[in-house]
Write a protein that binds this ligand. Structure first.
Ligand code: PMP
Length: 401
C-alpha cells in the first residue's frame, strides 16, 4: 500500500538552492551549487553551444529523426570527443566501449549495475569525503562500498598516506572510485607523482580504477591537462571505468549528456561488456536523450568549434581562479588573527573545503545570507569578484565566533 511508504530524507544540495531562492537579501550568495556561474552569478550558455544549437534547430529533418537511429550515431560522436583522453586508446587497440549515458550520474549508475551483476560482492572504495550522491548511487544499486581516507583536516590538504594505506588494505579486486580531477567536495587533487603511486598500489592489489570525470577542464582550464590521471592509468594497460559528464564543461546540465567508457583488456572482452551494458540501458532508460549529444558531437567534430570551446573553458576556469585570488587577498587584508587561509589558493576547480563547523555554517547563512552545504564545501563558481570582500567578512566573522 502507498500508505506504508515513508518520507524520503530531503536532498542536501537541492535544499540549499531552495533556501537561497527564498532569501531576498541583496548580498546573498549561493555557494552550494556545483554549476558554473558568470560574474553576474547567472548560468552561462557557451557561445559554441549557442552556435551549434541554431544549426541543429535549422535542420528540422534531424530533429524528427528516430531517436534509436541517432543513438548509435551519437556513440561515434561521443567517441570523437574522447580525443581528450581515451580516444587514442580506443582507436589504437579497440579496447574501449563508449556508451552515451544519462550524464555523469547515469554513467555511474550504469557502471554500478554492471558491478552488481558481474562482480557480485566486490566493494567500491570511495574517498572520504566525496560527492554526496556517490553513496546514494551505490546503495541504490546494492553495491557494497567503504571509504578511503582523503581529506586531512590538519593540513586542509590530502591525507596521502591514509589514502594509500586504505587502498592497500581493501580486498583484492575492489573498485577504487577516483575523481579524475577537481575533487568534489575538497578541491584537492593528487600530484602527478602521487597519481603514479596510487596506480602502483591499485595494480599491486589487482583493483579496478573507476574514474568519475565530471569537471574536466575546471582544474587547470585545459581539457587535455585535466585528463592526466586517466591517461597515466591507461598508459599502464590497466582496465578502467570512466563515468564522464559534459554537464559542467559545456554548460549542458539539463541535457543530461555523458558517457560511460570502459577500457577492457581485449576487443572480445569489450564486445561482451558492451552487449551487457546495452542490455542494462535498454531495461532502464532504453536510449539516451539526443539533443545534448548532437551539441557535443557538433562542437568536437569541428576543429574551429572545438578550439572555441577550449577557449571558453579556459575563461570559465580563469574566472574561478581569479575570484579565489581576490577572496584570499581580501581575507589576508582583513584578518589579523594569523589564520592560514592559503588553502583557498591551493584548492583547485570549483570547490574548496573550508573546514567550517555546522555552527559556523549556520552563522554564515543566518547572519550573512551565504548558502553552502553542511559539510563545509563552497563552490567558488557561485562567487563574483564584486562579492569577495563581503564573503571574506562573513568567513572571518564565522571562523572566529
Ligand atoms: N560526479 C561528481 C563528483 C559531481 O560533482 C557530479 C555533479 N555534481 C556528478 C558526478 C554528476 O553530474 P551530472 O549527472 O550532472 O552529469
Amino acid at each position: 500500500r502507498f500508505n506504508d511508504i515513508t518520507m524520503a530524507p530531503p536532498d542536501p544540495i537541492l535544499g540549499v538552492s531552495e533556501a537561497f531562492k527564498a532569501d531576498d537579501h541583496e548580498m546573498k550568495l549561493n555557494l552550494g551549487v556545483g554549476a558554473y556561474r558568470t560574474e553576474d552569478l547567472q548560468p552561462y550558455v557557451l557561445n559554441v553551444v549557442k552556435k551549434v544549437s541554431c544549426f541543429i534547430y535549422s535542420c528540422s529533418c534531424l530533429l524528427h529523426e528516430s531517436v534509436l537511429c541517432v543513438y548509435y550515431i551519437c556513440f561515434e560522436y561521443v567517441l570523437k570527443f574522447d580525443i581528450t583522453f581515451s580516444y587514442k586508446i580506443c582507436r589504437q587497440k579497440i579496447l574501449c566501449w563508449n556508451g552515451e549515458s544519462i550524464s555523469g550520474t547515469g554513467s555511474l549508475r550504469l557502471a554500478a549495475a554492471l558491478i552488481e551483476r558481474y562482480f557480485t560482492g566486490s566493494k567500491v572504495l570511495i574517498s572520504s569525503p566525496t560527492w554526496g550522491n556517490h553513496k546514494n548511487i551505490f546503495n541504490d544499486a546494492r553495491v557494497p562500498w567503504s571509504e578511503y581516507r582523503y581529506y586531512d583536516p590538519k593540513t586542509v590538504g590530502l591525507d596521502f598516506d591514509g589514502m594509500i594505506a586504505d587502498i592497500k588494505a581493501a580486498p583484492e579486486g575492489s573498485f577504487v572510485l577516483l575523481h579524475g580531477c577537481a575533487h568534489n567536495p575538497t578541491g584537492i587533487d593528487p600530484t602527478p607523482a602521487q597519481w603514479e603511486r596510487i596506480a602502483d598500489v591499485i595494480q599491486e592489489k589487482s583493483h579496478i580504477p573507476f574514474f568519475d570525470f565530471a569537471y574536466q577542464g575546471f582544474a587547470s582550464g585545459c581539457l587535455d591537462k585535466d585528463a592526466l590521471s586517466m591517461r597515466l592509468f591507461a598508459a599502464r594497460g590497466m582496465e578502467l571505468l570512466i563515468a564522464q559528464s559534459y554537464g559542467k564543461n559545456m554548460g549542458l546540465y539539463a541535457e543530461r549528456i555523458g558517457a560511460l567508457n570502459v577500457v577492457c583488456s581485449s576487443s572480445e572482452d569489450a564486445k561482451r561488456v558492451k552487449s551487457q551494458l546495452k542490455r542494462i540501458a535498454r531495461a532502464t532508460y532504453s536510449s539516451p536523450p539526443v539533443h545534448g549529444a548532437r551539441i557535443v558531437a557538433n562542437v568536437v567534430g569541428n576543429p574551429d568549434l572545438f578550439n572555441e570551446w577550449k577557449e571558453e573553458m579556459e575563461l570559465m576556469a580563469g574566472r574561478i581562479t581569479s575570484v579565489r585570488k581576490k577572496l584570499y587577498d581580501s581575507l589576508i587584508a582583513k584578518d589579523n588573527s594569523g589564520k592560514d587561509w592559503s588553502f583557498i589558493l591551493k584548492h583547485i576547480g570549483m570547490f574548496s573545503f573550508t573546514g567550517l563547523t555546522e555552527a559556523q555554517i549556520e552563522n554564515m547563512t543566518s547572519k550573512w545570507h551565504v548558502y553552502m552545504t553542511k559539510d563545509g564545501r563552497i563552490s567558488l563558481a557561485g562567487l563574483s569578484s564584486a562579492k569577495c570582500e563581503y564573503l571574506a567578512d562573513a568567513f572571518i566573522d564565522s571562523f572566529h565566533n
